[in-house]
Ligand binder design. Structure first.
Ligand SMILES: *Cc1c(COP(=O)(O)O)cnc(C)c1O
Length: 357
C-alpha cells in the first residue's frame, strides 16, 4: 500500500484547511482592512531573487537599531517557525490556547511538544511553565505576545523570568506588537539576553500578500537557523515592495492607529451586548465568548453571521489535549473598517435579540 509510505505522524495530522465561505465582510484572518499601492517594479524576471535579502535586511536593521546579521528573513513568520523547529528541534514548550501553527509544525516535524495551559486570565501560569521546563529539558518555547487568539499580552515580567531562569531559546512572537499600546517590545531586550529571539511579521499591518516575516536575535543562533533556510525563500517582488512601502512610515502608522481606534470602539460596543463576554485586546482582533445558556449555539451564530455576509473565526477547545477547553463557544473577530465593524455589531445584536425573544 503506497499509503504506508507516509510517516505515521503525518498520517495522523489533520490538513490545515482555511474555510472561506464567500462573504464580503471578512473579519476572520486578522488581516488589516487597509492595503497599500504596490507601485511598478523593473525586476529581471529571469533572475533568482537576492537569496540574502540584503537590501531589505539592511533597511530593517536601520529601523530597528540592530545589525543585519541579527535578522533572518522568512516567507511569512510561519516559515521561520518551521526553520526554528528544524534547526533547534524539540521538546518545545507551547502554551494553550495560542497560535495553532506552533503545534502543527512541531507535529509535522515529529518534535515533542509540552503543552502548558495558560491561567484563568490567559496569562502565563509560572508554576506550570517552570515545572514543565525543569522536568523535560525543552530546547525551545514559543510565546505569542500579544497572544493569538486571546488578544492579551502576557505579563512582561513573567516572560523575562522565563528568559532568565530557563536555559532554552525563548521565541517572543510579536506579530501583533504594533497594535499594543503598552510600548513594551522585547526587541529592546535583545542585547541583554542571548537566548531571546523576537519574531515580527508584515502580515497584520497591511502586507499579508507579500509573505514576509523576520526573526531577530543573536548572530550565532540566527546564523545557525539560516543554514536550513531555502536559498530563495522570499521572492524579488516582495523584497522590493516591502522596502518601498515601509519607507512611508507615516502611512503604515496611520493604518495601525486607525485599527487601534476602531478596536477600542468595537470593544465598547460589544461590551454593551447581553449574552457575550468580551476580552480586552492589545491586538487587531477581539476574542468574545457566547454565553446565552445554550439557547444559541456557536455553530448557529456563525451560520447566521455568514447568512448576513459576515465571516468571523469560530474557535473551540484550547484545553491541554486540544479538545474541550476555555475557547469553547468563543469567536475571534478581526477589526475591520468602521463600516465593517458597524455591520458586524448590528448583525450580532440582531441575532442575539432574536434569540432572547
Ligand atoms: C498571523 C500570525 C503569524 C503568521 O504570520 P505570517 O508572517 O503571515 O506567516 C505568526 N504568529 C502569530 C501569533 C500570528 O497570529
Amino acid at each position: 500500500m503506497i499509503e504506508d509510505l507516509i510517516k505515521p505522524n503525518i498520517k495522523a495530522l489533520k490538513a490545515y484547511t482555511i474555510e472561506a465561505p464567500p462573504c464580503s465582510i471578512r473579519l476572520d484572518a486578522n488581516e488589516s482592512p487597509y492595503g497599500f499601492p504596490l507601485g511598478t517594479f523593473r525586476l529581471p524576471t529571469n533572475r533568482y531573487p537576492d537569496p540574502g535579502a540584503v537590501s531589505l535586511r539592511r533597511f530593517l536593521a536601520g529601523k530597528l537599531g540592530i545589525e543585519p546579521e541579527c535578522i533572518l528573513h522568512g516567507n511569512g513568520s510561519d516559515e521561520l517557525i518551521y526553520y526554528l523547529l528544524t534547526a533547534i528541534g524539540g521538546p518545545v514548550v507551547i502554551p494553550t490556547p495560542t497560535f495553532a501553527m506552533y503545534r502543527i509544525i512541531a507535529e509535522s516535524l515529529g518534535e515533542k511538544q509540552l503543552i502548558v495551559p495558560l491561567d484563568e486570565q490567559f496569562d502565563l501560569d509560572m508554576d506550570a511553565m517552570l515545572e514543565a521546563i525543569e522536568k523535560n529539558n525543552p530546547k525551545l518555547i514559543f510565546l505569542s505576545r500579544p497572544n493569538n487568539p486571546t488578544g492579551n499580552s502576557f505579563t512582561f515580567g513573567r516572560v523575562v523570568e522565563i528568559i532568565e531562569k530557563a536555559d532554552i531559546l525563548v521565541v517572543v512572537d510579536e506579530a501583533y506588537q504594533p497594535f499594543s499600546t503598552r510600548g513594551d517590545s522585547f526587541v529592546d531586550l535583545l542585547p541583554r539576553y542571548r537566548n531571546l529571539l523576537v519574531m515580527r511579521t508584515l502580515s497584520k499591518i497591511g502586507l499579508a500578500a507579500l509573505r514576509l516575516g523576520f526573526l531577530l536575535g543573536d548572530k550565532t543562533i540566527i546564523g545557525a537557523i539560516n543554514k536550513v533556510r531555502l536559498p530563495y525563500n522570499v521572492n524579488s517582488l516582495s523584497q522590493a515592495a516591502a522596502i518601498g512601502i515601509l519607507e512611508d512610515e507615516q502611512s503604515i502608522d496611520k493604518g495601525i492607529n486607525a485599527v487601534i481606534g476602531e478596536r477600542d470602539k468595537l470593544f465598547a460596543e460589544l461590551s454593551k451586548l447581553k449574552g457575550i463576554k468580551v476580552y480586552p485586546s492589545d491586538a487587531n482582533f477581539i476574542l468574545f465568548k457566547l454565553d446565552i445558556n445554550g439557547s444559541l449555539s456557536a455553530d448557529a451564530l456563525h451560520k447566521k453571521l455568514i447568512a448576513d455576509d459576515i465571516l468571523i473565526k469560530k474557535l473551540a477547545g484550547g484545553g491541554q489535549n486540544g479538545s474541550s477547553g476555555p475557547l469553547d463557544n468563543c469567536f475571534r473577530v478581526t477589526v475591520g473598517t468602521p463600516k465593517e465593524n458597524a455591520a458586524f455589531v448590528t448583525s450580532l445584536r440582531k441575532i442575539i435579540e432574536e434569540t432572547n425573544k
